[in-house]
Design a protein around this ligand. Structure first.
Ligand code: MRU
Length: 346
């Protein structure tokens, strides 16, 4: 992890967690302490914590928080029911990132095991959340090592949204190869589309890459095709919220357009994701639930209207890039063609 980027999540006192409030970046580096499952759910829903892997980690920690608030008794029936209720609340926050359900399934199983063994529930759940976090950190490192081999030294690359340290438990997914190359002295340069409507590209990716000392060129989303046409972008690296068994990829809205532009200009399009993002139960992208968000995210910014009152709005948070537009998927278990992605988790 580049030491210059603050961790987006940590444990806090009194069985709580501390998060970097990403809605305040880049203006303000503000931290919030969360002490109830409802507070953690609100933070995920409003994107104070965000990014598929980090949502999973935050939810896992939120389950432990709920057990901590109920008291540190033994793992009895009521406590396990409390865990199920916490998982239900947290699981309803955001539908597309499969890492959320993946992490909550693990927490449910750990609670059942704790009850069977009569273990103290909070400690057992905190340990499991730490394991999920640590595994994600290691998966990011591995993605970084593997992906860096695809990145020519000194290359200009393009990304979208934020799939970096702010979105994971480690150095990121799409940004991991860039950090690995940067730390090895390879001097990558990153084209960052601002990523409307919530500007995760300009507010978060430009911020964390700049903090790490990686050169960035910020563009508006409408400039992507023209920028790729210039001919100097050697590769596109994006993250994923869910990858279907056939290799279709759900990621931040705009990813599909970026993939089309990359194909039109002969630029390799790589998706970087940990195995926790692969959903073998979704046979294709058509089965992936796409989160629809509030019209207000499109009709205004920072409390100022940018559209007439009452205008109709379509605001999906994600799109699906068909597998045929993806050059390869970089996972912690290897780089695979999209059609083979489900084999990685067999
Ligand atoms: O709505 P967000 O900000 O949670 O969306 C995040 C993305 O789309 C990321 O690209 C994805 O979660 C991968 S993060 C490693």
């Amino acid at each position: 992890m580049p030491l210059t980027i603050p961790s987006p999540i940590a444990w806090a006192t009194d069985h709580g967690i501390r998060i970097l409030d990403q809605t305040r970046l880049p203006q303000e580096e503000r931290y919030l302490e969360l002490h109830t499952v409802e507070e953690v759910a609100e933070a995920i829903r409003t994107l104070r914590v965000r990014g598929a892997p980090l949502i999973g980690i935050a939810a896992a920690m939120g389950v432990a928080v709920s057990a901590g608030q109920r008291g540190s008794g033994e793992a009895g029936k009521n406590s396990v029911e409390g865990v199920r209720e916490a998982c239900h609340i947290l699981g309803a926050t955001r539908p597309t990132a499969v890492n959320l359900q993946w992490a909550l399934d693990r927490m449910r199983r750990r609670a059942d095991l704790a009850a069977m063994r009569n273990e103290e529930l909070y400690s057992a759940l905190r340990e499991e959340a730490n394991a999920i976090w640590e595994e994600d950190r290691r998966m990011c490192d591995r993605i970084g090592e593997l992906g860096a081999a695809l990145l020519p030294s000194g290359a200009t690359v393009c990304t979208v949204c934020n799939a970096g340290a702010l979105a994971t438990g480690g150095i990121g997914t799409a940004l991991a190869p860039i950090y690995v190359q940067h730390q090895a002295g390879g001097e990558p340069h990153v084209i960052v589309p601002e990523t409307r409507p919530l500007l995760q590209g300009s507010r978060l990716t430009a911020w964390e890459l700049s903090r790490a000392g990686v050169p960035v060129t910020l563009i508006a989303d409408a400039m992507i095709a023209s920028r790729l046409r210039l001919g100097d972008v050697r590769a596109v690296f994006v993250g994923a919220d869910r990858i279907a068994a056939n290799g279709d990829v759900a990621n931040k809205i705009g990813t599909y357009g970026l993939a089309l532009a990359a194909r039109a200009h002969g630029i390799p399009f790589y998706v970087a994701a940990p195995t926790s993002t692969i959903d073998a139960a979704s046979s294709s992208g058509a089965a992936i639930p796409i989160e629809q968000r509030a019209p207000a995210e499109v009709t205004g910014w920072l409390g100022q209207p940018s559209a007439p009152p009452g205008v109709g709005v379509w605001n999906p948070a994600f799109d699906v890039t068909p597998a045929e537009l993806v050059t390869a998927i970089i996972t912690d278990r290897g780089i695979v063609p999209p059609k083979d992605v489900a084999r990685v988790i067999d």
